[in-house]
Design a protein around this ligand. Structure first.
Ligand SMILES: [Zn+2]
Length: 506
C-alpha cells in the first residue's frame, strides 16, 4: 500500500555548515515534491495529504549505517543484557542469565550478550563454572561485547562437541584449564562454529531478531543499513528480501557478500526493489601462530576475484599490520587490474582501520581506499580502550584517528558495527566530536573532528534535501550543528521516514 502524501510544517531545514532554514517539506510517492522556506504554497499540496506540525524540529536526510550486523543486533537485543552498564561483575552476569532463563523456559539455549572482561569487577572472562552456577540444565552462550569471544557453560560445551580432545577449528581458539586441560568455557573467534553445532536460529527467531533490529534502528533515525556479515550467501539475500518486503525489517538494506560465493546477478535484479548486493566482505585476522589469515598472496587473489565479480570489496582490518597489508594489496590491484573493475574509492573499503598512526593513514591515502570507521566505539568502548592502554594497548591518539584521516583527504564513512558498537548515530557523532567515553573520560582528544564533518559522514549524501530526492528523512529535536558538542547525545529523533512512510514517531 502506498503511503499517503505528507506535509511536514514548521521544520528547520538543516544544511551542512550553514544555519538551518525555517520551512516545510511536501512528499508524495516516496519523493520530495516541494521543499522551501516558510509554508508550502497551496499549489504544492497534494490532495488528501497528511499534515504534521513539526514545531521547529530539524529536518535532515536519514542516517546511514555503513557497517552493521542487523541479525546479531536483534539477537543481542533479545538476549540477557550483560553489557557493562547492566552487569559489572560475574555475580551480576549470573543474575542476568538466571533471570533470562526463568523468563524463557522454552528457549533452546540461554543467550547473554555484551560482557567486557576489562570492565568487570573481577577483570577476567567468566568461565563455564561461573555460568553453571546460573544455568545448568540448558546450554548457555554468553557473547563478549566485541563478538570475538564466547563463554559456554558445561552443557553448552557438551552440546557444541567441545571436549578435552576437541581440536581448534581453523581460525578459532579453545581456552583450557591449566590443571586439567579441559576447555574452560572461553572460546575465541568461534561464533559461527558454535552456532553451527548448536543449531542455527529458526525462521521464527530470525524474524524476531530482524524486527527487534529494525525497531532499534528506526527509532534512532537510521534509514539505510549495510549488513557487513562475511558469510552472506544467496539464501541470506533472499531471506532479507522477504523480511524487507513484509516490513519486518524497515530500513533500506545492502547485503555484503561472502567472498567466492557471489549472489547470482539474476537474483540481484529480481530482488532489487527490496535489497541491494554490496561488496564482498573479507575478514583479515591474526591466526593462532601469530600470522595474518588470509596470507598476502591469498588476500591478493581474493581481492582480485571480488573486484572482478563486483561490486567492490570490503576488508576488515583492525591492527596496523593488517591495514598495511590491505593497502599493499589494494595498490597492487590498482596497478594490475582493469581500471573499470576498481569502480570508485567507495568500492574499496577498509572496515575499522582502528590502529592507524599517521604513517598508516598515509598508506591508506596512497592505495585510494575508503575507511569505514566506528566513532561510536570511542563513546561505547572508550573505557575499555583506556583500561587496555595500561596493559600495553594501542595509544588512543592513533585509535580510530578521524582527524588524521580527514586531514589526509581520505574518504571516510561511519558505521556502528552494532551490536558490537552503539546503534545510535548521534552517539557516534558525539564520539567523533568530543572523543569522550561513556564514563566521561577523554579518548585521544587530538583526533576530534567538527560536528558538520561528522554529520556528512553519517547520512546519505546522494539524497540531499531537494525536490525529486527520495524521502528517507528524519526530524530531530534540534540541528546537531547548533548545539554544544556535550549536548549532542541529548538530541532525540522525533520522526523517521523511509520512502515517504513514517516508520517511527507520531
Ligand atoms: Zn563488523
Amino acid at each position: 500500500m502506498k503511503p499517503a502524501p505528507l506535509v511536514l510544517d514548521h521544520v528547520q531545514i538543516t544544511r551542512p555548515g550553514r544555519p538551518a532554514l525555517p520551512g516545510a517539506v511536501v512528499m508524495a510517492n516516496g519523493q520530495i515534491t516541494w521543499i522551501g522556506r516558510g509554508e508550502a504554497p497551496a499549489s504544492a499540496l497534494p490532495p488528501r495529504a497528511v499534515r504534521i506540525d513539526c514545531e521547529g524540529g530539524a529536518l535532515m536526510p536519514g542516517f546511514v549505517d555503513a557497517h552493521c550486523h542487523p541479525l546479531a543486533l536483534g539477537a543481542a537485543l533479545t538476549a540477557a543484557d550483560c553489557r557493562p552498564a547492566a552487569a559489572r561483575s560475574i555475580p551480576e552476569i549470573q543474575r542476568q542469565l538466571a533471570l533470562w532463563a526463568a523468563a524463557s523456559p522454552n528457549a533452546r539455549h540461554v543467550r547473554g550478550f555484551g560482557y567486557d572482561e576489562l570492565l568487570l569487577h573481577e577483570r577476567r572472562h567468566p568461565n563455564r563454572h561461573d555460568l553453571d552456577v546460573a544455568v545448568r540444565d540448558r546450554p548457555v552462550v554468553l557473547t563478549h561485547g566485541s563478538g570475538h569471544a564466547l563463554v559456554l557453560n558445561t552443557a553448552g560445551l557438551r552440546a557444541a562437541g567441545i571436549t578435552e580432545s576437541a581440536d581448534e577449528p581453523a581460525r578459532g581458539f579453545i581456552d583450557r584449564e591449566a590443571e586439567t586441560g579441559a576447555p574452560s568455557g572461553l572460546l575465541l573467534e568461534m561464533g559461527s562454529h558454535v552456532s553451527r553445532r548448536l543449531g542455527r536460529p529458526t525462521d521464527g527467531e530470525v524474524r524476531r531478531y530482524a524486527s527487534a533490529a529494525s525497531e532499534a534502528l528506526t527509532l534512532l533515525g537510521v534509514t539505510s543499513v549495510v549488513d557487513a556479515g562475511p558469510s552472506n550467501d544467496v539464501s541470506r539475500f533472499e531471506l532479507w528480501a522477504e523480511l524487507r518486503k513484509d516490513q519486518t525489517f524497515q530500513p533500506r538494506l545492502t547485503v555484503m557478500q561472502a567472498p567466492g560465493s557471489q549472489i547470482p546477478e539474476a537474483e540481484i535484479f529480481r530482488l532489487a526493489a527490496w535489497v541491494d548486493a554490496g561488496p564482498a566482505k573479507i575478514v583479515l585476522i591474526r591466526g593462532e601462530n601469530g600470522g595474518l589469515i588470509p596470507t598476502p598472496a591469498e588476500l591478493d587473489e581474493m581481492v582480485a576475484s571480488a573486484l572482478a565479480a563486483g561490486p567492490g570489496v570490503a576488508v576488515h582490518a583492525v591492527e596496523a599490520e593488517s591495514i598495511l597489508m590491505v593497502c599493499r594489496v589494494f595498490e597492487e590491484a590498482r596497478s594490475r587490474l582493469d581500471p573499470r573493475l576498481l569502480l570508485t574509492p567507495a568500492h574499496r573499503r577498509i572496515e575499522h582501520a582502528a590502529e592507524a598512526t599517521p604513517e598508516v593513514c598515509a598508506a591508506i591515502k596512497r592505495c585510494g581506499a575508503t575507511v569505514v570507521s566506528q566513532p561510536g566505539f570511542i563513546y561505547g568502548r572508550g573505557d575499555r580502550y583506556l583500561a587496555a592502554v595500561d596493559a600495553g594497548g594501542w595509544p588512543v591518539d592513533h585509535l580510530y584517528p578521524l582527524r588524521t584521516l580527514l586531514d589526509q583527504g581520505i574518504p571516510v564513512m561511519f558505521g556502528s558495527d552494532a551490536p558490537y558498537g552503539p546503534v545510535s548515530p548521534l552517539e557516534a557523532i558525539y564520539g567523533a566530536v568530543t572523543r569522550t567515553s561513556a564514563s566521561g573520560r577523554p579518548v585521544g582528544r587530538s583526533q576530534a573532528i567538527g560536528t558538520t564533518e561528522a554529520l556528512v559522514r553519517s547520512v546519505n549524501n546522494s539524497s540531499p534535501l531537494r525536490a525529486g530526492s527520495p524521502c528517507d528523512l528524519v526530524v530531530l529535536s534540534e540541528d546537531p550543528q547548533s548545539v554544544q558538542p556535550e549536548r549532542l547525545r541529548d538530541i532525540t529523533v522525533r520522526l523517521t521516514i523511509i520512502a515517504g512512510e513514517i516508520v517511527w514517531g507520531q
